[in-house]
Design a protein around this ligand. Structure first.
Ligand code: NAI
Ligand code: 15L
Length: 265
């Protein structure tokens, strides 16, 4: 293992469960954290530290003794702003403050395609395109990317912000034929993000080698990420679904239905 203690936040979630299985080869000890209960309980080379990301003191204690962080924790869908504020906005700030205080120099941040969700599916973009968040959730990820840049410029903490597309066992709909990220490619990208030297703050799209990808990863070529999987193997199954109306946000915007959520009041 190349790390002593690696912190995984959001460890009880969909991607957390996957990375819990796949990260152990990278670190002597994997510290798993979530606000939700973790199952199974801590195994060999694992530590479980429950934590609410909105609690600054708890996050500070969580980060102490770690040498890198994979930050998946937080609200992962559109929610009222106040919920997003606590878990994602305050949460990412607390995490970087703790990283500064405890001298952690590498973070992998689970950003999202929803920071650029208002681009049309007909507009290919790269990592330098102006952000166009599509939701309070997308705003929180955009803030997280700014926090990552600030903590690099001010304190030299390096981050790879992975704008994850749709990381599930299979693409669930037509839009995800473009946005799908396999678990194998996710794992490879997290590994590159942890161990590539001199990443500064790099933004990369977390997407597999799908036929119709909207995102150009040339700005992150130094990571050496080469996706191995493609959604193409699921095309027949996905295209057996009823067609999507041309006026449906899922057929128009990169962020799909997130562009049309709310209001919550
Ligand atoms: P998930 O919702 O399954 O997992 C998120 C975890 O964060 C949950 O276990 C939840 O209990 C925890 N959490 C929520 N609020 C918390 C708080 N206040 N304190 C501590 N923990 C808290 O989401 P998933 O799919 O595993 O995604 C992981 C990360 O990747 C999230 O940050 C999500 O925004 C991001 N992402 C995921 C995508 C995907 O396709 N799965 C796409 C784009 C981004
Ligand atoms: C996300 O950011 C969400 O966390 C995930 O649940 C999916 O909705 C994904 O984006 C997507 O855009 O498909």
């Amino acid at each position: 293992p190349r790390l002593n203690r690696l912190l995984l936040t959001g460890a009880a979630g969909g991607l957390g469960k996957i990375l819990r299985e796949r990260l152990p080869t990278f670190a002597q000890t994997l510290r798993l954290s979530d606000i939700a209960a973790l199952a199974p309980a801590a195994g060999a080379h694992e530590e479980v530290v429950p934590c609410n990301l909105a609690d600054k003191a708890a996050v500070d204690a969580l980060v102490a003794g770690c040498d890198a962080i994979v930050h998946l924790g937080g609200v992962s869908v559109e929610r009222p702003f106040e919920e997003v504020l606590e878990a994602n906005i305050k949460g990412v700030f607390h995490l970087y403050e703790a990283a500064r205080r405890h001298d952690v120099k590498r973070v992998v941040f689970a950003s999202s395609n929803h920071v650029i969700g208002f681009y049309k599916q007909t507009e290919p973009i790269d990592a330098h395109a102006k952000r166009r968040p599509d939701s309070y959730y997308g705003l929180s990820k955009s803030f997280g990317e700014d926090v990552a840049q600030f903590y690099f410029d001010r304190w030299g903490i390096e981050t790879v912000s992975i704008r994850i597309g749709s990381s599930f066992p299979e693409p669930a709909n037509r839009r995800m034929m473009s946005t799908w990220l396999s678990y194998r490619d996710l794992t490879s990208l997290v590994e590159k993000s942890l161990f590539t030297p001199d990443v500064k703050h790099t933004v990369v799209y977390g997407v597999s080698a799908n036929r119709d990808v909207w995102w150009d990863n040339s700005a992150a070529a130094h990571l050496g990420y080469v996706p191995q999987d493609s959604s193409e193997v699921f095309r027949a199954k996905v295209e057996a679904q009823p067609p999507v109306a041309a006026s449906d946000p899922n057929a128009i915007y990169q962020g799909g239905a997130f562009t049309a959520q709310g209001p919550f009041d």
